[in-house]
Structures are given as C-alpha cells and as structure tokens.
Design a protein around this ligand. Structure first.
Ligand code: NAP
Length: 277
C-alpha cells in the first residue's frame, strides 16, 4: 500500500481506503457478516482507512464498523465519519458527533467532516463545532465534503487554530470537474482530496463507449481490470486518495492491487476530458 502525508502532520494515511455507503438497515445476519469479512479483508490488504457517516444506513454503517474496530489495534485504523447538515444548532451538531462516536465505539474520530455545505447553519458555527471537537480530543483532524474552493476557503477562515486537512469530493473518470478546476488549489495548499464514488457508484458497468475503449486498452497493458485502472487514475494524482466501496471479496482484493499501478503521463492524459462534469 502507498501512503500520503496529512498536511502539517507527521502522519501518513493509505491512498486507498474503504467506503461504506452501501451498508443497509434491516438485512439478515449473513449480509452483515459478509460486510464485516470484506472490510476486514480490506484492512488486511492495507486499506486501513474506513470512511463512514451518520447518514449511511441511518447509523447502521457505523455500528457494523464498530464490530470490526474491536478486533484491531485502534491505532492501526484511520476512521473518518461525517456530520449530516440537518442538525441546525451547535448543541445538536455536538450531540450528533457524540452519537456517531458511541455507535462506532471509539473515543475519537481520526477525521471528522461536514458532509455537505449547509444553507441553514452558519459556517462559523459549524467550524466552531469542529474546532471544539478537536480541543476535546474527539477528533484528531477535521475537514469538509462537497465544498467548493470558495466554501472551503470561507470555512478555513472561520477556524481559529485548526486547519482543514481534507475535502471529500465526487471525482471519477466520468466526473472530472474537480480534477481540472479545484485540485490544483488543494495541491498548492497541501490539502488531501478524497475522491468519492471512484467507480461511479455502480462499479462503472455502464461507461460510454469511448471511455470504455480507452480504459480497456490501458487495462490490457497493465494486466488489470478497467475498474483497477479507474482507481489508479485517481491516486496517480498527487494529494488524491480514494475510498472504493466493495461488498464482494473479489472486488476488495482487486481494489487493493490498484494501489500498485503506476500510469504514465500519456495514459493519464488519454483519460482526461475536461468537458466531463
Ligand atoms: P463506488 O466505490 O464508486 O462503486 C461501488 C460499486 O463498485 C459497487 O457496486 C461495487 O460492487 C463495485 N466495485 C467495487 N470494486 C470493484 C471492482 N474492483 N471491480 C468491479 N466492481 C467493483 O461507490 P460509492 O459507494 O458511491 O463510493 C465509495 C464511497 O465514497 C462510499 O461508500 C462512501 O463511503 C463515499 N461517498 C461519499 C459521499 C459524500 O457525499 N461525501 C457520497 C458518496 C459516496 P460490490 O459492492 O458488489 O462489491
């Protein structure tokens, strides 16, 4: 596994983590056991960053992750969760963060994000919540998700001492806007960008013909699948990490291998298309 350094910290996180948006409520035991096996396999293969949110499965994802955390040394895992923007007051935001920690069964998050920018609550108050959580030892790092560069700068300007180390954004081969428009800013500032939905949410089973052909050509050269190349394309950009979601073990194994794929400049640019939003 390759690692990337968090800004202004001596700590490194793996460039590949694991997403958990797919975890559903009210399923049978074997469904949850399968999820746990897949996440554990991912951890064993070095994908020790697990991304979740209070929103995923209305808390069920965090509960499933808690069962896994118990089986490992806490320091070997990097847990990210997110605050959903429907909590309107300072107190309810703090309460939601504490509930997430309780469901996860941990004392602190490694990274805690504001899931979406909120039109209802001031950024000042949201940043105060994040900063207070750091000061109380409830999260080690803070960041945001789905923020534009302007929103990111505004959020950062409302922090007194802490810095935002991360913006989690929708980026994949079919959603390239941020690669072309905002990534250069984050690279300059040393902020980590997490590319979410790296496989277009459905495993890139419905790609357009041109992109599919280009991917297939590159995949053949690397003896890889198109999904592995799609993941490799993301993490071959500096400051970018990603968090594919995989329920199936074979997908987990394939994703971990994508960390080792090095694409040439020509291969990277063959896949660029600045018209794709
Ligand atoms: P994704 O990772 O883009 O795609 C998941 C789909 O790809 C699943 O159907 C999975 O199949 C399939 N897949 C995974 N690896 C594969 C492989 N090697 N070969 C073929 N197919 C493969 O989906 P996502 O869940 O939308 O995004 C990933 C994570 O990003 C989420 O789980 C969540 O943690 C995060 N996220 C964040 C936000 C946000 O607003 N911040 C929004 C969306 C997502 P199986 O599951 O059957 O194995």
């Amino acid at each position: 596994m390759r690692f990337i350094e968090l800004p202004k910290a001596k700590e490194k996180i793996p460039i590949l983590g694991q997403g958990t948006w797919g975890i559903k409520r009210f399923k049978n035991r074997s469904y949850y056991e399968q999820w746990k096996s897949s996440l554990k396999k991912g951890i064993e293969l070095g994908m020790t960053h697990i991304d979740t949110a209070e929103f995923y499965g209305q808390g069920k994802a965090e509960k499933i992750i808690s069962d896994i955390i118990r089986e490992y040394d806490r320091d070997d895992l990097f847990i990210t969760s997110k605050l959903f923007p429907n909590h309107l007051r300072y107190k309810s935001m703090k309460k939601a963060a504490n509930k997430s920690l309780k469901r996860l069964g941990i004392k602190n998050f490694d990274l805690y994000l504001i899931h979406w920018p909120s039109p209802f609550e001031s950024i000042k108050k949201q940043m105060k919540v994040l900063e207070d959580l750091v000061n109380e030892g409830k999260t080690r790092y803070i960041g945001v998700s789905n923020f534009s560069v302007e929103q990111f700068k505004k959020a950062q300007n409302n922090l007194k001492e802490e810095i935002l180390v991360n913006n989690q954004l929708h980026i994949n081969l079919s959603k390239q806007k941020h690669i072309h428009s905002s990534l250069p800013y984050y690279q300059k500032e040393g902020v980590i960008v997490t590319a979410y939905s790296p496989l277009g949410h459905r495993g890139f089973t419905n790609l357009g013909n041109v992109l599919k052909e280009q991917l297939e050509g590159i995949a053949k050269k690397h003896n890889a699948t198109i999904q592995q190349i799609a993941i490799a394309w993301l993490i071959n950009h500096s400051n970018v990490i990603t968090i594919p979601k995989a329920f199936q073990l074979k997908h987990v194994e394939a994703n971990a291998k994508a960390a080792d794929i090095v694409l040439s400049k020509e291969e990277l640019s063959l896949l660029y298309n600045s018209d794709i939003n």
